[in-house]
Design a protein around this ligand. Structure first.
Ligand SMILES: [Zn+2]
Length: 778
């Protein structure tokens, strides 16, 4: 029996019991009404029995060691039962008789006593309901829990997939009898066969998903809604295996729901879009939020003809006119992804098009391919994810430098986008390709979102939202931001975080890769790249330092769940720590600390082999969910020599991921920092004093102190002259050139210092060193 989690008010609960039932596909059928600001529709779920209840053999044994279980795939040794918060946190006064049911379907053989009317009332049930365990209240019915918030659920029913013509071919092995229990088994078996069709039959699969979603109902199901969940049961059904695997829900969004924003675009016309809310899409459609619920989807959206519907979909939808003034748009994806990545935007946007007579943008197709022999070897290996039509296995897709793209913008920003965004996208896409290889997604829409969008960009499958703030002032901000969002196609989307608290995995990588892509997109020289990237590093360092000083320590930890990362309760539910904390949204600590970790690893390993490792990581883990250690173990495995220098997964956890504050700088990083500072024309004495104090420079190794002395000389920092003197006396192996620098400045005090030190050391100095120094001094 499951004990419930007890979220704090700032934590985001993920309620869905994905270990019991796991959604494989959503079919959405929505009507969008701008007048009432309501989206009304039907969603059909296709489920698999969850990992805890799947058959392991021909016997009916229950357990978590199923042979085809993506939950256990990444870390097969993971324990299945994790103790969670004590049940005493639950109210014991709850009753559990307020399931809603409305009428009986033709084949409903079960319900005789649960019979309230429906959802609108049910949605008023207090939130304390959420921390109650149904099995304590006398019912042994299995309860399907979905993540859901601010939705009016109108009706829930079982779908009679067996009524679809020709569908029996999916269930040849099942014997068709009249007994209702057998019929239920048949339906579940059909769904099972449908969701597990091989990848090359994806078109047929989509076709039957559509047909099944339109099949008649065969009995309403009991449901109740809480603040964060929708709970569904069928009387007399006690196990997930017997629970209906195809379910249809009628529902409506609420204008105040927090998954979408109803607003106007920059030209004053109405629009609505998913704004990347902390509660994700659960106020747009009921779903299974835990990332482990990787699913495909298809959606039909109807709205007034003047609107364009953009969505996370593989196809560029062509609208179909249904009736006067109403268009219907249809999108689908075949790559399973978390429901949180589903994105939709509907507005009076226009596609920004190239003038027909302008020359094609140079797409850098002459770039040499990034693949080395070793890369090719990985490509021959099979993918590690569940089956889907993967682009990494498609030879044509693997050669596609630039995927098809479109740009949409409000009318008043069209010109701006034509000159800037439209030119930059192919450059950035091809830079990404030359760095990481195969684009995980087949196409890209870029939308300039309304001005109330709260960040500069957001990446979703097949669609990037871009803030208008990146448009003015030349290419730099726009190009860098596009590169960042494009990087998320690999890190964040194709490879997702298994534990949402480890967002550094996607943000750190995207921030690191943004620089690499953008430098390539601009076709900079090696020196220009170095200069630009070091400048960026410096700016980010200052920002990180400020944030670390001004934010709660707890929020600065990149792996808040530490060794328990990725663990969920027995049912699959969990909470995302601080997931609803408003100030966290504006913190960049996760981006920046993650970026500095990746940068320091790159410097330790060398950029070329580092990027090769990233490509290997992408190849190994695309289509899957990862934890920090999956990357770190793979990387360090490839470079055994790093172990000797003390670079281990444990040391990285300790220094970077599991602690607050700034990572302690390694000596080489300190050298780098000081060298970057040496490129500055002026540094005031206070900065130098601060630097010395912060990093205890006098106690550092000779390499660090050498740079420190150079800084002292360059900026004539008199309080540091003692350090220079000491260095010249005690570190004669490294100090020779400092004499030259002391002389070059033509500063009386510095020259005097040089003479004094030389006079003191001359006698015992190595002969050739003494000769060189003497030449500098006299
Ligand atoms: Zn693949």
């Amino acid at each position: 029996m499951e004990k419930q989690l007890d979220p704090m008010k700032d934590d985001l609960p993920l309620m869905a019991n994905t270990s019991h039932m796991l959604v494989k596909h959503y079919t959405l059928d929505l009507d969008v009404d701008f007048k009432s600001q309501i989206i009304e529709g039907i969603i059909v779920f296709f489920f698999e029995t969850g990992s805890r209840y799947r058959k392991t053999s021909s016997t009916d044994e229950e357990g978590c060691q199923s042979q085809f279980d993506e939950t256990c795939k990444i870390r097969a040794s993971e324990p299945c039962h994790i103790p969670v918060t004590d049940l005493s946190a639950c109210s014991s006064t709850m009753e559990y008789n307020d399931f809603a049911v409305c009428g009986k379907g033709e084949k409903d053989t079960s319900d005789k006593n649960g019979n309230h009317s429906n959802g609108e009332q049910a949605s008023g049930i207090p939130s304390s309901k959420n921390c109650c365990d149904i099995e304590n209240h006398g019912s042994t019915d299995f309860l399907l829990v979905l993540d859901c918030c601010d939705l009016s659920v109108l009706k829930v029913e079982e779908v009679d997939v067996a009524a679809v013509a020709d569908i029996e071919k999916f269930a040849r092995s099942a014997k068709l009898t009249d007994a209702s229990e057998e019929l239920g088994n048949l339906r579940n078996q059909i769904v099972h066969e449908l969701v597990t069709l091989p990848a090359d039959r994806w078109k047929e699969q989509l076709y039957y998903y559509t047909r099944c979603s339109q099949a008649p109902g065969c009995g309403e199901l009991l449901f109740t809604t809480g603040t964060w969940s929708l709970e569904i049961r069928k009387l007399g059904i006690c196990t997930p295996r017997d629970f209906p695997h195809a379910i249809r829900i009628w529902y409506k969004t609420k204008p105040e729901g927090r998954s979408v924003t109803w607003t106007t675009d920059q030209s004053g016309r109405p629009c609505v879009y998913t704004m990347g809310s902390p509660i994700n899409n659960r106020a747009l459609f009921p779903c299974q939020e835990p990332p482990v619920a990787l699913s495909t989807w298809q959606a039909t959206v109807r709205t007034a003809a003047r609107f364009v519907v953009l969505m996370s979909g593989e196809n560029s939808a062509e609208p179909v006119q249904l009736q006067e003034g109403i268009l219907s748009w249809y999108y689908y994806v075949t790559m399973p992804m978390p429901a949180s990545t589903f994105t939709i935007a509907i507005g009076c946007w226009e596609e920004v098009k190239q003038q027909p007579f302008t020359a094609d943008v140079q797409t850098n197709s002459d770039f040499s391919l990034p693949f080395s022999q070793a890369d090719l070897r990985w490509h021959e290996e099979r993918c590690g994810h569940v089956e889907y039509p993967c682009r990494f296995q498609n030879p044509a897709a693997r050669l596609q430098t630039v995927i098809p793209y479109r740009v949409f913008a409000p009318w008043c920003l069209m010109e701006n986008c034509k000159e800037l965004v439209l030119q930059l996208i192919p450059q950035c896409l091809s830079a990404a390709y030359t760095t990481l290889g195969t684009h995980p997604f087949s196409r890209l829409d870029v939308l300039i979102v309304p001005s109330n969008f709260s960040s500069l960009g957001m990446a979703s499958p097949h669609i990037i939202f871009l803030s208008q703030s990146v448009l003015p002032g030349g290419q730099h901000l726009c190009g860098a931001r596009l590169c960042h969002e494009i990087a998320h196609a690999w890190f964040g989307l194709a490879i997702g975080a298994r534990d949402w608290t480890e967002e550094w995995i996607s943000e750190g990588f995207a921030t690191y890769l943004e620089d690499i892509f953008w430098a390539r997109a601009q076709q900079l020289s090696h020196d220009e790249v170095k200069g630009q990237q070091e400048l960026k590093a410096l700016l980010r360092w200052r920002r990180l330092r400020d944030e670390v000083q001004n934010s709660e320590e707890e929020l600065q930890v990149l792996r808040p769940n530490k060794e328990n990362t990725g663990e969920v309760s027995e049912s699959g539910a969990s909470v995302v720590k601080h997931g609803l904390k408003a100030e966290k949204i504006f913190l960049q600590v996760h981006y920046l600390k993650g970026y500095f970790l990746l940068r320091s690893l790159a410097r330790a390993i060398g950029e070329a082999s580092y990027l090769a490792s990233l490509r290997k990581f992408v190849h190994k883990f695309h289509g899957q969910l990862v934890l920090s250690q999956d990357f770190l173990y793979m990387l360090l495995e490839d470079i055994p020599e790093q172990k000797e220098s003390g670079l281990t997964v444990e040391s990285i956890f300790q220094n970077w991921l599991d602690t607050s504050g700034m990572p302690k700088l390694l000596p080489d990083q300190l050298v780098l920092l000081l060298e970057s500072l040496l490129e500055e024309k002026t540094l005031c004495p206070r900065t130098l004093q601060c630097l010395e104090k912060t990093y205890k420079l006098r106690e550092q190794d000779a390499e660090v102190r050498h740079r420190w002395c150079e800084l002292i000389v360059k900026h004539k920092y008199v309080p540091g002259y003692g350090d220079v003197e000491k260095f010249l006396r005690e570190d004669q192996a490294m100090g020779v050139y400092l004499y030259g620098e002391l002389m070059v400045n033509e500063d009386a005090k510095q020259q005097e210092l040089a003479y004094k030190c030389f006079a003191a050391a001359q006698e015992h100095m190595d002969v050739s060193s003494a000769k060189v120094v003497a030449e500098m001094l006299f």
